[in-house]
Design a protein around this ligand. Structure first.
Ligand SMILES: [Cu+2]
Length: 142
């Protein structure tokens, strides 16, 4: 009797659970390191590769840019830097590197030791966007 009730419950609940799982919440934009992995031990020069989802990576238009295109931007890497708050103009100076050409890869020279790498999206005006930042740690060996 108890088994029957349990089986019935499973038969009734499973389709509901599967239906719930089959409909993922709408995914927001995301930026991440394709490589290296967080916590990796790497040799300099270190190949950094960036990925983005639900957000378009594009080169900054040529000439004077006075406004940003929506949902579009480029990568920036800060060495031993933290995520800047949304709406901040990313400095055009160390420790930040701009990828205004739309690239998503670089061979970066890093001194040996533990480093924090922050990947942050900036729009055409190089301003940070909400939730579009990721930080990893790497251990660079000689
Ligand atoms: Cu920039």
């Amino acid at each position: 009797m108890r088994t029957t009730i349990a089986r019935t419950a499973v038969l009734v609940l499973m389709p509901l659970l599967m239906a719930a799982c089959g409909q993922p919440a709408p995914a927001g934009p995301r930026v991440f390191f394709v490589q290296p992995q967080d916590g990796a031990t790497v040799k300099s020069p270190v190949r950094l590769e960036f990925g983005a989802e639900n957000f378009q990576i594009a080169a900054v238009p040529a000439g004077t840019v006075t406004e940003s295109r929506p949902n579009m931007g480029h990568h920036h890497v800060g060495v031993d830097a933290d995520c800047l708050p949304p709406g901040t103009a990313i400095p055009r100076a160390a420790p930040w590197v701009h990828f205004g050409d739309g690239k998503n890869v670089i061979e970066m020279q890093l001194p040996a030791g533990q480093h924090r790498l922050t990947l942050q999206i900036g729009d055409d005006m190089h301003r940070t966007q909400p939730d579009l930042c990721a930080t990893i740690s790497v251990n660079v060996t000689e």
